[in-house]
Design a protein around this ligand. Structure first.
Ligand code: UDP
Ligand code: MG
Length: 310
C-alpha cells in the first residue's frame, strides 16, 4: 500500500521562498519510497504576495497542493496547529518554507520510522554557526534554565522540523491549549524519538521574522507554559526575607539592651524597605504572568481564524 506524507508549511511573507521550496520537495519526492505527497501551506497573515503565489501553485498542482489562509497573523504555533488539523497523511512533516530544513533529510526520517520503528524523527542542531554570539549565549542559557525548572525535557537545538506518525499528530492535536509552545508540546507527548543531526544553514531568500525581543518574549512564555517553578521561587524568596528580618529584629533588640537608644541607621532601614517592596512587586509580576495565561485560556478563543482554504 502506498503511504501518504503530509507537509505542513507555515508561511509568513514567503513569496520568494515558496516556489523554491516546492521545487526542492518535488525533487526529493522520487526518493520517498513511492509515497504520495500532500502540501499544506498556511498563510499566516502575510503582507506580501504570498497568497497570490499559493493560489497560483495550487492551480498548477491541485492534486497535491492545499493552502489555508488566516484572517491575520496568528503566529507560527497557530499555523502549525491549523496545518496539522488539515492533514490526512499517514506521516506528517513540519517544515519551514525557507529551506532551512533540508528536504533530503525526509528520506532518512522515513527510514527511521518505517525501518527502525520510531514514532518521531526530528532534527537537532549540532552547531550554532552563523548565529550572532550573544544570541547563542542567551539561547544556551535559556535551555539550561528551562530544563532545570521544567519536568518536560526541552533539548537545546531541537528544531520543529520532524516527521511524525499519525498517532503522534493526533496526540499533539489533543493538546488544544491556547498558549502553544511547540517545543514543549512536541516533547510533552512523548513517543520514541530519534534525532538526526543538522548543520545550520541560511534561508534561501527573504528574512527571518524573529527579532531578539520576540525571542525573549517567546522564552518567557515557554517557561510559564511548562513550569511552575517561578511561583515556588516567589514563596521561597518571601520565606528567606522573613528569616532575615527575624535576625534583624534580634540584632536590634540586643543592641538596644547593650548600647541604649540610637537614631542612626535610617539609611539601612530605607534600603531594606525598598528591597522588600521590590521583591513583593517582582513576585506579584510573576503571579500576574501566570494569571494572564489562565485568563487567555479561560476565554477559549479560537487559536486561529481561517479566511480561505483549498
Ligand atoms: N512564520 C509564520 N508566522 C510568523 C512567523 C514565522 O508562519 O508569525 C513561519 C515562516 O514563514 C517560516 C517559519 O515560520 O516558514 C520559520 O520562521 P523564520 O524562518 O522567520 O524563523 P527562523 O528560522 O529564523 O527561526
Ligand atoms: Mg527560518
Amino acid at each position: 500500500m502506498t503511504k501518504k506524507v503530509s507537509l505542513v508549511v507555515p508561511c509568513f511573507n514567503e513569496e520568494k521562498t515558496i516556489p523554491l521550496f516546492y521545487a526542492a520537495l518535488q525533487a526529493v519526492k522520487p526518493q520517498l519510497r513511492g509515497a504520495e505527497l500532500e502540501y499544506w501551506f498556511i498563510n499566516d497573515g502575510s503582507q506580501d504576495t504570498t497568497m497570490a503565489v499559493l493560489r497560483d501553485l495550487q492551480q498548477k498542482d491541485p492534486q497535491q497542493v492545499h493552502y489555508i489562509s488566516f484572517s491575520r497573523n496568528f503566529g507560527k504555533e497557530a499555523a502549525l496547529y491549523a496545518g496539522l488539523q488539515a492533514t490526512t497523511g499517514d506521516y506528517v512533516a513540519v517544515m519551514d518554507a525557507d529551506l532551512q530544513d533540508p528536504p533530503e533529510q525526509l528520506v532518512d526520517m522515513l527510514a527511521g520510522i518505517e525501518d527502525e520503528g520510531y514514532d518521531v524523527v526530528g532534527t537537532r542542531r549540532i552547531d550554532r554557526a552563523g548565529e550572532p554570539v550573544i544570541r547563542s549565549f542567551f539561547a544556551n542559557t535559556f535551555y539550561r534554565f528551562i530544563n532545570k525548572i521544567s519536568s518536560t525535557p526541552i533539548k537545546n537545538g531541537v528544531r520543529d522540523f520532524r516527521l511524525m506518525t499519525r498517532q503522534v499528530v493526533d496526540a499533539v492535536l489533543s493538546m488544544s491549549e491556547y498558549n502553544r509552545f511547540s517545543k514543549g508540546i512536541l516533547s510533552w507527548v512523548g513517543f520514541n524519538t530519534k534525532y538526526l543531526s543538522y548543520e545550520n544553514r541560511d534561508r534561501v531568500a527573504g528574512k527571518t521574522s524573529w527579532s531578539f525581543w520576540k525571542l525573549v518574549r517567546y522564552s518567557i512564555d515557554g517557561i510559564v507554559d511548562f513550569s511552575d517553578a517561578p511561583l515556588v521561587l516567589a514563596s521561597f524568596v518571601g520565606f528567606a526575607s522573613f528569616l532575615v528580618s527575624l535576625m534583624g529584629i534580634a540584632f536590634v533588640i540586643v543592641r538596644k539592651i547593650i548600647y541604649g537608644g540610637s537614631v542612626t541607621g535610617w539609611a539601612s532601614m530605607v534600603s531594606v524597605i525598598l528591597m522588600v517592596g521590590g521583591l513583593q512587586l517582582l513576585c506579584l509580576g510573576i503571579l500576574g504572568k501566570y494569571i494572564g495565561s489562565i485568563y487567555l485560556e479561560a476565554k477559549k478563543r479560537p487559536i486561529y481564524i481561517i479566511k480561505e482554504k483549498k
